[in-house]
Design a protein around this ligand. Structure first.
Ligand SMILES: *Cc1c(COP(=O)(O)O)cnc(C)c1O
Length: 234
């Protein structure tokens, strides 16, 4: 067995344990394998070990990888998720190559993705990224704008709003991790209370998966624990 398939098994076991610890079912938590900086060979290894959903941050790298894999392994029906920062002049390739986008944080981006989604593809699944308190990156909408943004994105025909995403400030303190994830869950509940159906809370990475699942995550985005440490200098 390869290292990647061993790691995938271990991550799936972690998800199962975290779900059981809080009385949830592992079926309620999807695993998104974050393959940024890793090549098509690593994605293919994970795919052959049963992984279907892959997350990418860097557009050109992602499009090259997706195109190569579609040509070299057309029998694989992989589901690609864009999770990185989005420049407004780069929305078209995202609308054309991905099934999901987790990093939508302003209306202009959502409008462009909706207009540019090819008519022969299903609506693009969207998570609204929220900058919950203490978030270290500058990405994400402000929590106080979440409800109105969700309403406007929900109305766009090329998109299907699925839920919220956040990348909290890294900390080893599980109580602090949980407090941040709880904020995202509360915003989710506020939007649902407005009559918008959501089914996705995209939260939890390699180092805070347990806390995220305890607070209601339905999709964890795991890179390092599956593929190893990233080498950005390559
Ligand atoms: C890189 C990245 C991940 C994966 O992080 P790991 O710590 O390697 O699991 C998840 N979400 C986003 C938005 C990322 O950029």
């Amino acid at each position: 067995m390869s290292l990647i398939s061993d790691n995938l098994q271990a991550v799936r076991a972690d998800i199962r344990r975290a779900a059981l610890d809080c009385g949830r079912s592992e079926q309620q938590v999807r695993l998104l394998a974050v393959s940024k900086t890793f090549g098509a060979d690593a994605v293919l290894e994970a795919a052959h070990a049963g992984q279907v959903a892959f997350g990418e941050n860097y557009l050109q790298e992602a499009v090259d990888k997706i195109t190569f894999i579609r040509q070299s392994a057309p029998e694989l029906d992989l589901e690609w998720h864009f999770i990185g920062p989005i420049q407004s002049n780069k929305t078209r390739p995202i609308a054309e190559h991905f099934a999901w986008v987790h990093s939508v944080d302003r209306e202009k981006i959502a409008q462009r993705l909706s207009e540019q989604r090819p008519a022969d593809m299903p609506p693009l699944n969207i998570c609204l990224q929220i900058n919950i308190s203490g978030e270290s990156t500058k990405s994400g909408a402000l929590p106080e704008d979440a409800v109105s943004l969700a309403k406007r994105i929900h109305a766009l025909p090329g998109l299907r709003l699925r839920g919220l995403m956040a990348v909290p400030e890294p900390t080893n303190d599980e109580q602090q991790q949980r407090a941040a994830f709880r904020q995202l869950k509360q915003l989710n509940d506020e939007i649902v209370a407005q009559g918008i159906v959501l089914d996705t809370l995209s939260m939890g990475m390699s180092s805070d998966l347990h806390a995220a699942i305890a607070e209601g995550s339905t999709m964890v985005r795991i890179g390092t624990a599956i593929f190893g440490k990233r080498d950005y200098a390559k």
